[in-house]
Design a protein around this ligand. Structure first.
Ligand code: GLU
Length: 451
């Protein structure tokens, strides 16, 4: 008789930790999902019998490789590269590449696991993967970044392909890096194909891809507010980060009539009590995306703004908080501070920005809490649309893509709502996202049998 006993969370996580020693981020991400999925599979025997959760938490494969590159002074550097292919039940592996000194196998395994659920929620045929390197492009010359990217792709190319695995950008990988990576893939294989997304428009990129994650976060927030009979106009918002996600989320917040009070980078945050308006944000876009400057310069440029070195913005009084920087940037003290200040909604733009304790505190409270795997899925959703445009040899207009993104985010919201709503009408978006994301992948895996 097959085992249909659902393990309790502690036993499940103990086994996971034993198999993945020292991989705390991975255990955190799986733990957050398991907390909702274990009770769900207790009512759905098939999933337990087929050990679906256990299989999902074991990546299909983890490829790790050496990446050597030469700096401008002729010194040789040795870094490590990875591609974690978590699950391809519903489509080719899909997920970004992250270049940052904080990258470890554990971080990439957590991201690839999360991506599997996120991509499933988009409704598009994409499996979950993630990759990257501990190489940090900050402070490197363009030529150094080019040599690194070429070396990285010289190994990666054999593991990817438009129907196999389609990487994109993430932290530290923007259009410059995607250009070098794509060029090297094309040079090695001799093929132009949609093997990466986030490409520039000239060579097959999609309109709106750059803005999509940030815009999508705000579209999701808007749906949550609408469902609670609230609206965005006139609300104050605290945003962390100043990369693509944060800046385009801020832009859409401003468009929708909200007042954006903060932005940050890894050194500290700026607080502008008058609000960061469209013009000031334009200046920040040039500072961060073109000049690669630091956010502290904002306070020198605009009167009334303060710079807070070494801190995160969570103590600033606000209606809405959007953590859009990186994992575990918002801890339990920050969560307490936000709730003490009567925050109405916290929506995750970065991947797993709330620590386990912070997320638990938000879920226990009566605020609207939008988890990353649903709220930031707009980026990968438009990546999916980039793949479609590439296979059709077509390029769609911005308005069409924005309508599709708006629609996709509303559908993701609806999936989370219907699986996360309790009898009193309150919505646990975390549970909804976990269950809805899981179901589609799990059902496909059941169809394939044991593998
Ligand atoms: N890195 C982004 C994410 O976390 C996008 C991935 C993609 O477009 O493939 O979802």
């Amino acid at each position: 008789m097959a085992n249909t006993d659902v393990p309790d969370l502690d036993t499940f996580l103990e086994g996971l930790r034993k198999r993945n020693p020292g991989q705390e981020e991975f255990a955190q991400a799986v733990g957050e999902v398991a907390e909702d999925i274990l009770p769900f599979i207790a009512d759905n025997e098939n999933y337990q019998e087929a050990e679906i959760l256990r299989r999902l938490a074991e990546p299909d494969r983890v490829v790790s490789f050496r990446v050597c590159w030469e700096d401008d002074d002729g010194n040789i550097h040795v870094e490590r590269g990875w591609r974690v292919q978590n699950n391809n039940a519903i489509g080719p592996y899909k997920g970004g590449l992250r270049f940052s000194e904080s990258v470890t196998e554990s971080v990439l395994k957590f991201l690839a696991f999360e991506q599997t659920f996120k991509n499933s929620l988009t409704g598009l045929p994409m499996g979950g993967g993630k990759g990257g390197s501990n190489f940090n492009p900050k402070g490197k010359s363009d030529r150094e970044v080019m040599r690194f990217c070429q070396s990285f792709m010289t190994e990666l190319y054999r593991h990817i392909g438009p129907s196999v695995d389609v990487p994109a950008g993430d932290i530290g990988v923007g259009s410059r890096e995607i250009g070098y990576l794509f060029g090297q893939y094309k040079r090695i294989t001799g093929r132009w194909e949609g093997v990466l997304t986030g490409k520039a428009l000239e060579y097959g990129g999609s309109r709106l891809r750059t803005e999509a994650t940030g815009y999508g976060v705000v579209y999701f927030l808007r749906e949550m507010l609408k469902n609670a009979d609230e609206e965005l106009d006139g609300k104050t918002a605290v945003v962390s980060g100043s990369g693509n996600v944060a800046l385009y989320a801020a832009q859409k917040l401003i468009d929708c009539g909200a007042k954006v009070l903060t932005l940050s980078d890894s050194d500290g945050f700026v607080h502008d009590p008058d609000g960061i308006d469209a013009e000031k944000l334009d200046w920040v876009m040039k500072l961060k995306l073109e000049r690669r400057g630091r956010i502290s310069e904002y306070a020198d440029e605009f009167d009334g703004a303060e710079y807070h070195e070494g801190n995160a913005p969570w103590h600033v009084d606000c209606d809405i908080a959007l953590p859009c920087a990186t994992q575990n940037e918002l801890d339990d003290d920050a969560a307490k501070a936000l709730l003490d200040n009567d925050v109405m909604a916290v929506v995750e733009g970065a991947n797993m920005p709330s620590t386990r304790d912070a997320a638990k505190r938000f879920r226990k409270s009566d605020i609207l809490f939008g988890p990353a795997k649903a709220a930031n899925a707009g980026g990968v959703a438009v990546s999916g649309l980039e793949m479609t445009q590439n296979s059709q040899r077509m390029s769609w207009e911005c308005d069409k893509l924005d309508d599709m993104l708006t629609q996709l985010m509303a559908e993701i919201h609806e999936k989370c709502r219907s699986d996360g709503e309790s009898d009193d009408g309150a919505v646990d978006y975390v549970r909804g996202a976990n269950i809805a994301g899981f179901r589609k992948v799990a059902d496909a895996m059941l169809d394939f049998g044991v593998m």
